[in-house]
Design a protein around this ligand. Structure first.
Ligand code: ADP
Ligand code: ASP
Ligand code: MG
Length: 410
């Protein structure tokens, strides 16, 4: 007998019928003799609808109140699923994030999980109950409700699996696994039977919304056996694990993309030594995530600096730069919105020179201007116009032979 954590996303619990179907999946796991913890998201598009309601009242609602509001979505699902399980004859109990002991940092709307007080969950498991936990939410040390960022229910599930040393963590969703690219936009994308933690982390960080990147971080750090699969179909999903043998030695394993990127350029940096640390410390202190950074020195001129942020952080970023212009020491700044980031990912790149060149060549052939580039050992990212995003992703998918080759054996 083992412990299994199952997580069901919004579409998988979007209607009463689907909640009944979810209950069946949970019961099937329980019947194997396992202890089961189930993590669920809000039903269907509930979170988006709650965001829209708040936006009807205010363009910039307080993050604390947004957490209060959005956390209600998951609370609906946990109780309905517990009711469905009880109706089917299984003892279940629903728990909100704080009841499940999920302690987070003191940040609203994008908090990290710091600790899980397992006492209550352990007690219920001992009583042979199925424990149904609200995803995406926790509590901070001021007893305030926090949320973990959009898509954060995955992180709740993996963090619970890590803390309780679960034998496996299953992420049930509306696709049959992790694909070489988002199958909703890239029809030729193929399911991977396995992918390494590192590659999955890059994919998730670079926009593949199928898994929350912090969930992958937890899985990698605590070696949680993780599988992404369909909540509707019976076929096997994608295993995320330490080492993956890649069939046919493919260099690139996936293409990820993300829109709503804004580039900020700060001109006339006055102090070459302290400028960078000053600007990025201020942004970090205000929880603004900065992505690609490029500093440009031209002899005889003050250097300038470009960096990308998510468009939703533009207001906070411009307010901060305006308020601190004198202190940070620069002439002026400009921004460009309507950008996207398209990336190729694969651990085979480490030993294969020329991958970036092949990527740039592909984009050039498609008349797509590259505005920024960033590389690591296992990825190359480019910033381009948002309107070219899908065309770029599809061409790269084809260029790197992801359309046709069956790949990823575990
Ligand atoms: P859930 O509500 O179950 O958490 P999400 O919408 O968060 O579901 O994640 C599943 C979606 O992720 C899919 O419908 C798909 O469009 C998208 N996606 C993006 N990139 C990928 C990828 N590489 N592989 C599979 N799905 C992807
Ligand atoms: N309900 C939240 C969202 O829509 C969390 C999640 O689904 O993982 O982002
Ligand atoms: Mg999700």
């Amino acid at each position: 007998m083992g412990l299994v954590v199952q997580k069901f996303g919004g579409t998988s619990v979007g209607t009463i019928e689907r909640i009944k179907n979810t209950a069946k999946r949970v019961i099937a796991e329980k019947k194997k003799g396992n202890d089961v913890i189930v993590v669920v998201s809000a039903m269907g598009k509930t979170t988006d609808q709650l965001v829209s309601l708040a936006k009807e009242l205010s363009p910039y609602p307080s993050k604390r109140e947004m957490d209060m509001l959005l956390s209600t979505g998951e609370q609906v699902t946990i109780s309905l699923l517990a009711i469905a399980l009880a109706e089917a004859g299984y003892e279940a109990i629903s728990l909100t994030g704080w009841q499940a002991g999920i302690l987070t940092e003191n940040v609203h709307s994008n908090a990290r999980i710091l600790n899980i007080d397992q006492m209550r969950i352990q007690q219920y498991l001992k009583e042979n109950r199925i424990v149904v936990v609200a995803g995406f939410q926790g509590i901070n040390d001021h007893n305030e409700i926090t949320t973990l960022g959009r898509g954060g229910s995955d992180t709740t599930a993996v963090a619970l699996a890590a803390a309780l040393h679960a034998d496996k963590c299953m992420i049930y969703t509306d696709v049959t696994g992790v694909f070489t690219s988002d199958p909703r936009y890239i029809p030729s994308a193929r399911k991977l039977s396995a992918i390494s933690y590192d590659e999955m982390l890059e994919l998730a960080n670079l926009g593949a919304g199928v898994l929350h990147s912090r969930a992958v971080e937890f899985a990698k750090n605590y070696k949680v056996p993780l599988e992404v699969c369909s909540s509707m179909e019976e076929e096997s999903g994608t295993i995320i694990e330490e080492e993956v043998q890649v069939e046919k030695g493919l260099v690139v394993r996936g293409v990820a993309f993300e829109d709503e990127i804004t580039r900020i350029t700060v001109f006339g940096l006055k102090n070459k030594i302290t400028n960078l640390s000053g600007i990025f410390t201020s942004l970090a202190n205000n929880n603004i995530d900065v992505d690609i950074i490029i500093q440009n020195h031209t002899v005889g001129e003050n250097p300038y600096l470009s960096f990308t942020i998510k468009h939703e952080d533009l207001r906070d970023t411009t307010q901060l730069l305006e308020a601190k212009q004198g202190e940070l020491g620069f002439d002026h700044f400009e921004y460009e919105s309507g950008l996207a980031k398209v990336s190729i990912i694969g651990s085979g790149m480490i030993s294969n020179p020329g991958v970036a060149a092949k990527m740039f060549d592909c984009l050039t052939r498609n008349d797509i201007q590259i505005k920024m580039v960033s590389t690591s050992e296992i990825k190359v990212s480019t910033v381009i116009e948002e309107s070219h995003m899908i065309k770029a992703a599809q061409s790269l998918h084809t260029t790197f032979e992801l359309d046709v080759v069956e790949q990823g054996v575990s």
